[in-house]
Structures are given as C-alpha cells and as structure tokens.
Design a protein around this ligand. Sequence first.
Ligand code: NAD
Ligand code: ZN
Length: 236
Amino acid sequence: MPKKIVILTGAGISAESGIKTFRDPDGLWEGHRPEEVATPEAFRRDPEMVYRFYNARRNRLQSGRIEPNPAHLALVRLEQAIGDSFLLVTQNVDNLHERAGTKRIIHMHGELMKKRCQYCSTISTYDRDLTTEDQCSSCGETGGMRPHIVWFGEMPFELDRIWSEVADCEVFAAIGTSGVVEPAASLVHEARRTGADTFCFSLDSPENRGAFDNFIEGKAGETVPPWVDQFIASAS
Ligand code: NAD
Ligand code: ZN
C-alpha cells in the first residue's frame, strides 16, 4: 500500500498561472482590501460590489489566459501513481487543479465556479454573472444567490474529514500558502503530532515555517515536479 499523502495548496500554487495571491506587497488583493469584499458584512452592505469582484475573477479564470502550471500537473501524476492514498486539500477557489485532472480534492474555502442559494442552500454551477436579480431554480426565491466562497468569519467546508485525513497521513506537504489563514495553517501541527513527514514549498518563508521538517524554497512550478517524480520513483 503506498504512503498516504495529504497535500495542502494555497494561492501561491496558482501564481505562475497568472492568478494573484492574497498578500501582494501593497497589501491589496486585486486592488481591494480583502475585508472590503470577502466578508458576509460586505455582502450585506454592498452586494453589487461583491458580485462585481467575484464575477470579474470568475470571468478571468475562464478567459483562456489562465491555465494549470507544472505544479498542478505534477500533483495529477502523483494522484495517478498512488490513487486512493492521495488527497488534495486546497484553499484556492480557482478550478486549476480540476482542469489539470485532479480527482480527489476538497475545496475547503469554496469554489469560484459555484453559487449557493441563501434560502435553501442549493449549490450549483452557473454560466452567467451573478446579480441581485437571480432566481433560485430550486426554491424559486429571488436575490438570495451568493458566491460559494468561505468568507472571513465563516466556517471552512469539510473540516472533520480534513482533520481526520491529516491525522492519518504519512506525508503532508503545504504548497504556496502563507501559513496565516486558520485553520489551514494548523494542519501541519496535526500531521506532525501523528508522525507524518512534513514538507513546505514556498517562494518565501511562511509564518509557520518552523512547524515543517522540510522547507523547499522557490517557485512551485519548478520545485514541486522534481519532488513528485522522486517520490513516485522511490515508491515504485
Ligand atoms: P497567500 O496569498 O496568503 O500566500 C501565498 C503564499 O504563496 C505566500 O507565502 C507566497 O510566498 C507563496 N507563493 C507566491 N508565489 C509562489 C510560487 N510561484 N510558488 C510557491 N509559492 C508561492 O495565500 P493563502 O495562504 O492561500 O491564503 C489566501 C486565502 O485567499 C485563501 O483562503 C484562498 O482561498 C484565497 N485566495 C485564493 C486564490 C485562488 O483561488 N487562486 C487567490 C488569492 C486568494
Ligand atoms: Zn433556493
């Protein structure tokens, strides 16, 4: 049986695909302070502005200019090699892992390509911009659609499953995540506590760097593929 691996990815793995990370040097996220757009309060105060922000990000993701990069593709090779022993937990709301071919994935912070009805909680994909006029095809209510995104102050999805998978893994690798957004930043502690070998891939030293056994500095598109290939070679 191959070793169980849990991979945690963050905005940094998609940076080389042309999607901005959260914490740019100017502290802004695509020109906005994150708390201006990524909170339930912001959505209550100014839904049009929040819709504009997410519609723009979603349209850009589908523009044909954004493609999976070698790090996304390497994780697909890893999954194909070890099958059910693989789990990818992503904080990213883009769909680049799926577009690369990843199957075993949890989007703990939601998905840009999905909307959710605030009246009946139905989740669906959609192909037009979100507006305050949208009607839910499930319950028929109008104006209750929101991006299927976990905002600041909201609970990430599937935490129980993520926690138990991390407690059960032999290898835990965090790729392109700053180690400040909880509870994702604490998963490495659980992995260490239960004896996993831990790896961190990042462009610069993240907040929780000291919690990892191994730190691999550099661009994910350059550092992750050789690590994966070496792992597959040693496992076979
Ligand atoms: P973050 O922006 O806080 O940190 C990104 C980390 O990646 C940094 O430590 C940076 O040094 C590193 N990094 C940047 N470029 C890299 C590269 N080419 N290779 C390797 N590492 C690189 O991101 P986070 O920790 O994921 O937290 C941000 C939150 O914002 C998440 O909850 C996420 O949902 C959301 N977000 C998602 C996207 C997306 O879906 N692509 C983009 C921006 C923000
Ligand atoms: Zn509904």
